[in-house]
Design a binder for this molecule. Structure first.
Ligand code: HEC
Ligand code: HEC
Ligand code: HEC
Ligand code: HEC
Ligand code: HEC
Length: 311
């Protein structure tokens, strides 16, 4: 509609000006020529329209199914499966938010995407879905359907398609990786294009947070670690990326995995070396009275690329 109105206005302005100058023939040609970009816009506009949102949770999960990648990327799949990314909604107490407070709903059917600001990072696929999908998810969460909740995760396609570029939209049927693979073996995802950010911190920063998310009706703040990386680690001379420290050799388990206490404490030991020195002495306030005292000096050095803990 808007384009049509624009077209009509341009047309009448031209007609007016050219009528006034009297160059009728040249005028018609000029109108035709100048109309071309507008016509082009009219044809291209519907193609540019966003792809329609999906109406069922099943459909949404199929669009992002990580098991499609399993056959050929078995090792990466099993690493990913153990990562926090593969259970990004299971452990966030979403039921409490839906029962009480500003995000609460009377019944699951009332839930819309507005009830899930947390999904901006915990399940960004919700962007592709309608409010009926939000209601389905609310029903699963409120009835504690753990099998259904476990399927809500940050799957391969979230990182290798949707978050593979920061400016513009990912191309249809395209994956993003470290290198160009025009004949990537999977029929559905033919080319892999080189992502400009796959090895950079900003890739992770898209979810690992800078601060409050003011775009929501009720702004939320969760992870702010990327802010600390940018504002503290980098200015003090840090040179490593998130991937250098958390994805060595493309390890998709992205440690730390807080479910594995032994692994976490081993990592913390090297990441947060603790130096302790003690000085023992006796204090003698009066004759024949000796009070044993000790001075303990502790120094913890953080070798992480940001403050810890976060979130
Ligand atoms: C800007 C992105 C973002 C938003 C929005 C967000 N989170 Fe998070 N959240 C993260 C990231 C990234 C982590 C993991 C890293 C960390 O803790 O620093 C996390 C971790 C968590 C954890 C700890 C999970 C665990 O396994 O220990 C909980 C709980 C959580 N978020 C709940 C929420 C809830 C509830 C909301 C909405 C009210 C929310 N988050 C909104 C990004 C976000
Ligand atoms: C949280 C985001 C994220 C998720 C989820 C994710 N990846 Fe990756 N993936 C990356 C990043 C970042 C790299 C580049 C790491 C590097 O080279 O330092 C990468 C690298 C790769 C590579 C190249 C490995 C290599 O040896 O260079 C493959 C293949 C891959 N991913 C497949 C997958 C598959 C399959 C899944 C799902 C099972 C998946 N990824 C899930 C972020 C992700
Ligand atoms: C039929 C086998 C097959 C399937 C299915 C498949 N891939 Fe691949 N993929 C390959 C091969 C082979 C390579 C090139 C060798 C390599 O780097 O692992 C590759 C490379 C990649 C790369 C680029 C690696 C780099 O170096 O940057 C990414 C990213 C990737 N695949 C992601 C995926 C994702 C995500 C899926 C599921 C949607 C998937 N692949 C499904 C076979 C497959
Ligand atoms: C689509 C959003 C998203 C992207 C992109 C993303 N993450 Fe995460 N990441 C999360 C969320 C959400 C969690 C918390 C999941 C949970 O436990 O509830 C998380 C958890 C983690 C954890 C586990 C520690 C913890 O506190 O739970 C690490 C480590 C991590 N991410 C590293 C990375 C790295 C490195 C990258 C970039 C290669 C990356 N992430 C990209 C959303 C994301
Ligand atoms: C110089 C190495 C280094 C860099 C760079 C780095 N990290 Fe970390 N990160 C660590 C260490 C070490 C820990 C804490 C030890 C542990 O539990 O594994 C940690 C912990 C974390 C955690 C868990 C936080 C918590 O609450 O305990 C997350 C999430 C995380 N890093 C994500 C990232 C992201 C995203 C980036 C990039 C913006 C990044 N890291 C950059 C080394 C690094």
């Amino acid at each position: 509609m808007l384009i049509k109105r624009l077209y009509r206005t341009i047309f009448s302005v031209f007609a007016h000006v050219l009528n006034f100058t009297g160059h009728r023939k040249a005028g018609v040609a000029a109108i035709m020529l100048c109309s071309l970009p507008v016509l082009f816009l009219m044809i291209i506009a519907p193609c540019e329209a966003k792809s329609p949102k999906v109406g069922t949770l099943d459909e949404l999960l199929r669009m992002y199914d990580p098991t499609e990648c399993r056959a050929c990327h078995e090792d990466i799949f099993s690493q990913w499966e153990t990562s926090h990314h593969a259970r990004s909604v299971s452990e966030i107490f979403m039921d409490r938010y839906l029962k009480d407070g500003v995000l609460a709903v009377k019944s699951p059917q009332d839930a819309t995407r507005e009830n899930f600001p947390c999904f901006k990072c915990h399940f960004p696929q919700i962007d592709q879905a309608t409010d009926t999908v939000a209601a389905e998810i609310a029903a699963a969460i409120l009835s504690n359907d753990r099998a259904a909740i476990r399927k809500l995760n940050i799957s391969c396609l979230v990182c290798h398609r949707d978050k593979g570029i920061v400016h513009g939209r990912p191309e249809q049927g395209t994956l993003y990786g470290n290198q160009e693979i025009p004949d990537h073996s999977e029929e559905k995802y033919l080319p892999v294009k080189k992502s400009p950010i796959m090895k950079q911190a900003v890739m992770c920063g898209q979810c690992h947070g800078l601060g409050p998310n003011f775009e929501f009706k009720y702004p939320v703040q969760c992870a702010t670690l990327y802010g600390s990386y940018l504002h503290a680690y980098i200015p003090s001379g840090g040179t490593k990326t998130c991937q250098d420290c958390h994805m060595k050799n493309a390890d998709h388990s992205c440690p730390p995995n807080f479910a594995r206490r032994d692994e976490v404490s081993a990592r913390l030991k090297t990441a947060l070396p603790l130096e302790v020195s003690t000085l023992a002495y006796r204090f003698q306030p009066t004759e024949n009275r000796f009070v044993p005292l000790v001075v303990v000096k502790t120094k913890i050095t953080s070798k992480a690329g940001h403050r810890i803990p976060d979130g």
